[in-house]
Design a protein around this ligand. Structure first.
Ligand SMILES: [Zn+2]
Length: 72
């Protein structure tokens, strides 16, 4: 959604900076959460690609929970 900012307004410029920051954080979160990560299965010790959340190990079919703590 397009937004307009007044370039001569201090509060608008502050808002713009904040909005850019928010966008970057949001995009980074999305990227992080949708990426796959190499994890080692705690049940069988083999590694596989997992996403954030609940994964099923392809080697032993156990549920592996991948929790990503993202703090900015
Ligand atoms: Zn496993």
């Amino acid at each position: 959604m397009p937004k307009s900012y007044k370039l001569n307004s201090r509060s608008d410029m502050k808002k713009l900076g904040k909005d850019i920051e928010d966008t970057i954080i949001k995009k980074t979160r999305e990227t992080v959460l949708h990426d796959k990560y190499d994890v080692e299965c705690p049940h069988c010790g083999k590694s596989f690609k997992a996403r954030s959340g609940r994964n099923t190990c392809p080697h032993c079919n156990n549920i592996v929970e991948l929790t990503l703590n993202i703090n900015f």
